[in-house]
Design a protein. Structure first.
Length: 57
């Protein structure tokens, strides 16, 4: 299974890692996924969604 939030479907972003000489190398910015039980079902959810779901319930 890929590292994607099952609620908002947000995945990893990409950007550049910059060395001391300013050479650009592609890198991934992973999201903070947690396993959370929502409505009796285990889901991989990002922490941003966990925070939002706790506000709306």
């Amino acid at each position: 299974m890929s590292r994607v939030c099952e609620v908002c479907e947000r995945g990893a972003g990409k950007g550049n890692k910059r060395s001391h000489s300013n050479v650009a190398t592609l890198r991934k910015f992973g999201i903070n996924l947690q396993t959370k039980k929502i409505d009796g079902e285990r889901l991989k959810v990002c922490t941003r969604c966990i925070k939002t779901l706790s506000k709306t319930k």
